[in-house]
Design a protein around this ligand. Structure first.
Ligand code: AMP
Ligand code: GLY
Length: 420
């Protein structure tokens, strides 16, 4: 098969490397890819949001399957466009992807179908939002932009002033553009967070091994929210009993709800959960693999990923066995100094071999470019240094040992991934 992967970050590098293991894959393309991906697939200069470009390329190169990995092209309907052109694609269509791209839609869906989530109200103008926050008078309170915001559209406000500032930033200053036309004001929940990604064909849902993301920039869960500074799998808080509860109260009800709404979801559905004192609740859904969750989940997959992708697309996931490795995986993200704020680009990365790898770990490239045989930084999150092991301790030890071998000016990484 000829497969085209859409995207160019650490998640896409992980997907590419997993697909490369499949004996069914004859040729891999990635659009646009990055410096590390270029060692594993042919990178093509088509941006992830270029719907016309993806369709034209897939036709011209007789692509057998397109894996649309990032949220934006899914929300924009890239899968709809590809399938309409007769090109098989993995990922939800735009209607189903709205479970991520509109928080108002996902919250209303959960309310309608009794899926446990934080209490909330929706507002279409800042005056009503602020009036509600004043009347409610409970802090912290969570203010969320309705639409996609690069993971930055969620503000946890400690007091009234911070909540007012958040509403202003989202609805008046339009920090996230049209994503801020509506806000969700949400009850603040507490408890450990768990990411569970699941394959689903719209009817059957098969959760993958669990994982835990570390979203804050600095050690001790301090600093700004980021796209994710590191991950571990499995998540130590996620017991078998909790997995059963989540299947009964969250996973299956969500799949059925989407089906009943006429939006059957085919692809990878990401459940961002919080294990509250009142049981597991949904914090958010994503319509795709998490980044860097994919980096610790996919390396543990034993089954041929291509078989699963086809089973999902052809709606026969119930007949497709999926096997996982025991043990654990850990990913430590090396980021540019300054991330998630502004940061320099184009710094040389040393310590990698000619394939962008180091001994003892797998280096998934997130923001790198390759020039004259050398790797340079080109994004906020630069590398996801990942290792597997019999235990979490072993995986972490191997990942950190590999991180020590890699250098670029200002490199920043958390030293406490997997510690809590
Ligand atoms: P999201 O982008 O929706 O995943 O939110 C980003 C992060 O904000 C989550 O991973 C949580 O840590 C936090 N968060 C979101 N909603 C809530 C909530 N209702 N209560 C407490 N923390 C929250
Ligand atoms: N790591 C969180 C996400 O992919 O949304």
């Amino acid at each position: 098969m000829k497969i085209l992967v859409i995207g160019g970050g650490g998640r896409e590098h992980t997907i590419v490397r997993k697909l490369k293991e499949s004996p069914k894959v004859e040729k891999l393309y990635c659009a646009p890819g990055n410096g590390g991906i270029a060692k594993d697939a042919e990178c093509v200069a088509i941006s992830a949001m270029d719907l016309d470009g993806a369709v034209a390329f897939a036709k011209e190169h007789q692509i057998d399957l397109v894996f649309v990995a990032p949220d934006d092209p899914l929300a924009a309907g890239m899968v709809d466009r590809l399938e309409a052109a007769g090109i098989p694609a993995f990922g939800p269509n735009a209607l189903a992807a709205e479970i991520e791209s509109s928080k108002v839609f996902s919250k209303d869906l959960m309310k309608k179908y009794n899926i446990p989530t934080a209490g909330y109200e929706v507002f279409g103008n800042p005056q009503d939002a602020v009036a509600y926050i004043e009347k409610n008078n409970r802090f912290p309170i969570v203010v969320k932009a309705d639409g996609l915001a690069l993971g930055k559209g969620v503000i946890i406000a400690a007091d009234l002033q911070e909540a007012k500032d958040a509403v202003k930033k989202i609805m008046e200053d339009k920090a996230f553009g049209a994503s801020g036309n509506q806000v969700v004001i949400e009850e603040f929940l507490t408890g450990p967070e768990v990411s569970v990604l699941a394959f689903t064909d719209g009817k059957c849902v098969k959760p993958m091994v669990s994982s835990k993301d570390h979203k804050r920039a600095l050690d001790g869960d301090k600093g700004l929210n980021t796209g994710g500074m590191g991950t571990i799998s499995p998540n130590p808080f996620y017991t078998d009993a909790l997995a059963q509860t989540c299947m009964d109260t969250i996973f299956l009800p969500t799949i059925r709800a989407l089906q009943q709404e006429g939006r059957p979801f085919k692809g990878c559905l990401y459940f961002g959960l919080m294990l509250t004192p009142n049981g597991p609740k949904v914090i958010e859904y994503n319509a795709r693999f998490g980044d860097p969750e994919a980096q610790v989940v996919l390396p543990r997959l034993k089954t041929d990923l291509v078989d699963i992708l086809l089973a999902v697309r052809e709606e026969r996931l119930d007949k497709q066995p999926i096997e996982w490795n025991d043990g654990a995986a850990a990913c430590v993200v090396m980021a540019s100094g300054g991330y998630p704020g502004s940061y320099p680009k184009g710094l040389e990365i040393t310590g990698l071999d000619e394939n962008g790898q180091v001994d003892g770990a797998t280096v998934y490239h997130a923001g790198t470019k390759l020039e004259n045989g050398k790797f340079y930084t080109s994004g906020g999150r630069v590398l996801g240094v990942t290792a597997t092991g019999a235990t979490l301790e072993e995986a972490l030890q191997k990942a950190y040992a590999a991180v020590e071998k890699i250098h670029f000016d200002g490199a920043h990484y958390r030293r406490d991934i997997g510690k809590y």
